[in-house]
Design a protein around this ligand. Structure first.
Ligand code: SAJ
Length: 424
């Protein structure tokens, strides 16, 4: 079997699928990108992008112009299919929702042919790749699949979880090691050959897709648990009236300690979601993972309480004033620093709740956006807070805020940007 791929297909052209498609196309592999969203397909076919990711626009533009990348809503035949669709959770029990993967698998089944490779890239609960293999086998009884035919199968199947950091995707796609969990060794080998088209790092082979699935969930849960520890520290230090930022700086001078940074909560659609896949698959065994999620999810409410306490404190010091006279200035809406991505952002959730409840002016400073999203109709987007702002709430430590002067007024600083004595 030849190792070079001439034509592949990427199913799902979002934050992972589009950069991956563009990366293969930049290496002169013909890529058919498939998405259910007609407007995303049209945008990409114009050589433009519908998401924000540094350096992606020029790679997509060049790939479309040179004819290596084309988008469509209907799957076509290809040598390899990479599935990169969302895996959210549903309901109060945070049950994983695999409907996008199931739909993607069923959509490619009719065009599958002997010799094809199918890769699941979406972050998935343990067992999902095997479920996907069964959906494909059910739809194509005329082909053989590795879960039953082993090494002799017509179709190769592997899980290769995406691990790239939003904001650095085009770089990390090339430089991060790839975890590869094929259903059989030759499934892994074929998948590794595909990624080696552009990978500068290593393909690390897992003993099967279940291990690869769990490794990805473990990575994001590890981070969630560690951020939860930092967030819990911030609550404890606030209660004891000591500076958590200095505590962390000092503790991190120990050679085996690396406490992460507290914040207003954990956002994005990965770290705040993936640990639930572990919890739902082994609830009795996962109290720490669950508690970390709960600690991080409860942080926005704590920040809102802090702001309300600050409003009360301000009014106590200004007897002639009412709440309507108190101006709030909120700094940052994005889900993390130096990006414009507002999806699943705790800062945005806090801003919406504060703006809805507050009777006075609310100013929002967010240098990375041009208009406020819905739910902030009572607020105004400003380039810097006015002198009349009374309470300043730091939500996202964008570079612009880290380098600007500490404002006058009451400070609620969820990121340690305005902490006194910044060096230690
Ligand atoms: N955060 C803190 N304190 C910290 C670090 C992060 O509060 O010390 C917050 C951020 O502000 C943000 C959230 O956590 O709200 C998540 O941000 P992040 O930069 O840690 O991670 P993501 O969600 O952008 O990307 C993660 C990455 N996973 C790991 O670093 C283990 C990325 O490599 C994954 O590919 C991505 O999830 C994914 O798609 O799963």
């Amino acid at each position: 079997m030849k190792t070079q791929f001439e034509k592949i297909s990427v199913i799902g052209l979002g934050y992972i699928g589009l950069p991956t498609a563009a990366m293969f196309a930049s290496r002169k592999v013909k890529v058919i990108g498939v998405d259910v969203n007609q407007s995303a397909v049209d945008t990409i076919n114009r050589g433009e992008i519908h998401i924000v990711e540094p350096d992606l626009d020029m790679v997509v533009h060049a790939a479309v112009r040179e004819g290596y990348l084309r988008a469509t809503t209907i799957p076509e035949s290809a040598e390899a299919f990479l599935i990169a669709v969302p895996t959210p959770f549903k309901g109060d029990d945070h049950e994983p929702d695999l409907s996008y993967i199931e739909a993607a698998a069923k959509s490619i089944a009719p065009v599958l042919a002997k010799g094809n490779l199918v890769i699941l890239e979406s972050t998935s609960p343990v067992g999902t790749t095997e479920a996907m293999a069964d959906w494909l086998a059910e739809a194509r009884p005329d082909l053989t699949f590795p879960q039953t035919a082993g090494e002799a199968s017509d179709i190769r199947i592997a899980h290769c979880p995406e691990r790239v950091l939003p904001g650095k995707v085009m770089h990390e796609l090339i430089t991060n090691d790839r975890v590869i969990g094929g259903i059989t060794p030759s499934c892994s080998e074929r998948a590794a050959a595909l990624y080696n088209t552009f990978l500068a790092a290593e393909c690390v082979i897992a003993k099967g897709p279940r291990i690869a699935e769990m490794a990805k969930l473990a990575e994001n849960s590890f981070r969630d648990v560690n951020i939860a520890f930092a967030n819990e520290m911030s609550l404890i230090c606030d209660k004891l009236d000591i500076d958590v930022w200095q505590v962390i700086l000092l503790a991190n001078r120990h050679p085996r300690v690396n406490i992460l940074q507290p914040g207003p909560g954990v956002g994005g659609h990965c770290i705040a979601v993936d640990p639930w896949f572990i919890v739902s698959s082994a609830p009795e065994q996962a109290p720490l993972t669950r508690t970390a999620r709960e600690v991080n999810d409860s942080k926005p409410a704590w920040v809102i309480e802090k702001v309300h306490a600050a409003i009360d404190a301000h009014l106590m010091g200004h007897p002639g004033k009412t709440v309507a006279d108190v101006t709030l200035a909120l700094y940052g809406l994005a889900f993390k620093p130096d990006i414009d991505d507002l999806r699943e952002s705790p800062a945005l959730a806090i801003a919406r709740k504060l703006a809805a409840a507050h009777h006075g002016p609310v100013e929002i400073v967010e240098p990375n956006i041009e208009a406020l999203p819905s739910g902030l109709e009572n607020a105004s987007l400003v380039s810097s807070a006015t002198d009349s702002a009374d309470i300043h709430v730091m939500l996202v430590d964008h570079a612009e805020f880290r380098s600007s002067a500490i404002p006058d007024g009451i400070l609620v600083d969820t990121r340690g940007v305005w902490r006194h004595g910044r060096s230690t």
